[in-house]
Write a protein that binds this ligand. Structure first.
Ligand code: CA
Length: 224
């Protein structure tokens, strides 16, 4: 569990990120303007900050600049529009740890949050996090590989993210909406059948009986 500060003025994105982090067991706090975000970041109450660039009061670059000039080494992940990536790469030099171009998938952000938190974690917590073993499946977050009975599966990035959320929640029903949020992010069409299609792909690789359909709701991972 980490205390994560989200500084983002677009309410839809802020609540999407907060909801996802909460589902992962973190404690998110949202601030919607630059000066408030800087104050919160300097309070020392947070382990990591997700920082938007276009913010009222003070932009994300200024927030970051002030934060670093006051000696804070808190990990910072910048959120940026795709057409400002060049500016953002410059921001990495001035003290950001990583960045995400919008729109992004929640799974991508989560991978970066994990990576940034891990660098400040104890070594044993690190090892516990990096490899998930459920049933005959082994998922390695460092190599982004999944093995089934010691045989490496060839998975796309989305199949990997889907397998990851199933392995984090064995035996639990996951709704289509939860799967969409985790794997495809906020930028999806809720009416699409993309989840069903990808569950189909994943079943072909991990075995048909491993993922059960829960009619009208979603899916449940049933490890052997
Ligand atoms: Ca903004």
């Amino acid at each position: 569990m980490a205390r994560i500060l989200i500084v983002e003025d677009e309410q839809r994105i802020a609540s999407f990120v907060a909801k996802g982090l909460r589902a992962e067991g973190h404690q998110p706090t949202v601030v919607a303007d630059g000066p408030g975000g800087l104050d919160a970041a300097l309070s020392g109450r947070f382990d990591l900050m997700v920082l938007d660039i276009g913010l009222p009061g003070m932009n994300g670059f200024e927030v970051l600049d002030q934060l670093r000039s006051q000696g804070s080494r808190m990990p910072v992940i910048i959120l940026t529009a795709r057409d400002s990536v060049t500016d953002t790469v410059a921001a990495l030099d001035s003290g950001a740890d990583d960045y995400m171009a919008k729109p992004f998938r929640f799974a991508e952000l989560l991978a970066r949050v994990r990576l940034r938190l891990r660098t400040t974690d104890a070594p044993d917590a690190r090892a516990r996090d990096e490899v998930l073993r459920v049933g005959g499946l082994e998922l390695d977050r460092r190599t982004r590989r999944i093995m089934i009975n010691a045989e490496v599966l060839d998975l796309s990035a989305r199949e990997f993210a889907l397998a990851e959320i199933f392995m984090l929640n064995p035996g639990q029903v996951l709704t289509r909406e939860q799967l969409l949020d985790h794997v495809w992010g906020y930028d999806f069409d809720p009416g699409s059948n993309v989840v069903d299609v990808y569950v189909g792909y994943l079943r072909k690789k991990v075995g048909n009986t491993t993922i059960a359909t829960v009619r009208g709701v979603g899916y449940r991972f049933e490890p052997a």
